[in-house]
Design a protein around this ligand. Structure first.
Ligand code: ZN
Length: 349
């Protein structure tokens, strides 16, 4: 079927791509889904421009895309919660249901997890896919396909806020105003934060951040210290939670500075190399440090929050492309226009 294929670094093509028969076979607990909307993720772009992320190296042509919504077109014989015609979004990581990590509830860190568009597993920038019922979530009418394709990145923010154990009235800092920083800020507010400071060094991104919610304050850390700003606004106490969403070793260096005594730091941004960590600054605060890897158990929560309006991701969807324009869309995404948060690709219906 016609798919967006990463042939090798810096080479994409939209072409007919043979999918393994085993991957196309519909198991008793699977559904077949016709794709509707697929978001372009920073990781898709990174595979395109670099050919690898950490230990995951693209060795053979691979279909990109993992942020998706679509429509159920066929159900396996044992499927009971979904029907043909249901609008759905899909969680892209499928763990081994019998692994120890899965049995302990931590299926996202199952070493055997198969995650779309993480080599050697193909992504879903293609007309259809087969997916387990357990990782496919029905959409209420109030949630559009575009919003539903935002559930995947939003899930990262919701998982981060959950790990932080945000309490009503907390003050949070989110380092980085990229798509993950912004969904983390929205998730932290939904979890109860009274104020979220979002930092970056690009003014346009900070303008977008501040426009999303009245509880968001943007701080350009090229000209202002976030630690000083938070200290001034909190009577010298600090923020309850600091979320690291830049993946920049420099940002991580000062991560405990804006944090209050007893506060929590959540490391979200991927770090390809070991980074310096100020253990002394963490110690005097008895800081709790959480690491997250993708997400677990949060897709239904995200869908419910989009449906109720608790979280609005519509302003984050800044451009859409037709499937035929996929290669061009990736070229634009790779140039990282500061005015774009999330670009999405619409598949032919
Ligand atoms: Zn993603």
């Amino acid at each position: 079927m016609k798919s967006l294929v990463l042939e090798k670094v810096n080479e994409l093509s939209l072409r007919d791509f043979p999918i393994e028969k085993s991957e196309e076979a519909l198991g008793a607990h699977d559904v077949r889904i016709k794709m509707h909307t697929v978001g372009i993720c920073g990781s898709d772009v990174h595979y395109y421009t670099h050919g690898s992320i950490g230990p995951f190296v693209v060795k053979d042509p691979m279909i990109l895309g993992h942020e998706a919504s679509g429509t159920v077109i066929e159900t396996g014989s044992a499927v009971s919660t979904l029907s043909v015609g249901d609008r759905v979004c899909m969680e892209p990581g499928i763990p081994d249901p019998n692994s120890k990590a899965t049995r302990l509830g931590m299926y996202n860190i199952d070493p055997a997890v198969r995650f779309w568009a993480t080599p050697p597993v193909h992504g879903i920038l293609r007309p259809t896919c087969v997916h387990p019922e357990a990782f496919t979530f029905k959409l209420p009418d109030a949630v559009s396909y575009g919003e539903a394709a935002m559930v995947e990145p939003l899930a990262v923010g919701v998982h981060a806020a959950t790990k932080a154990q945000v309490k009503p009235g907390d003050i949070a800092v989110v380092l980085g105003a990229g798509p993950i920083g912004l969904v983390t800020a929205l998730a932290a507010i939904a979890a109860g934060c009274a104020r979220v400071y979002v930092t970056d060094i690009v003014d346009r991104k900070l303008e977008i951040a501040a426009s999303l919610h009245p509880a968001i304050t943007s701080v350009n850390v090229a000209s202002e210290s976030i630690a000083d700003r938070v200290s001034r606004d909190t009577g010298g106490w600090g923020a309850n939670v600091v979320f690291e969403a830049t993946g920049s070793p420099r940002a991580a260096q000062g991560i405990f500075e804006p944090l209050c005594p007893g506060g929590c730091v959540v490391l979200i941004g991927g770090q390809s190399e070991p980074i310096a960590y100020d253990a002394g600054a963490a110690m005097v605060r008895e800081a709790r440090v959480e690491n997250i890897f993708r997400y677990a158990h949060v897709f239904p929560r995200c869908v419910d929050m989009l449906a109720s309006g608790t979280i609005d991701v519509k302003p984050l969807i800044t451009r859409t492309f037709e499937f035929d324009q996929s290669v061009e869309a990736f070229e634009i995404a790779a140039s990282a226009p500061p005015s774009d948060v999330k670009m999405q690709i619409l598949l032919p219906q």
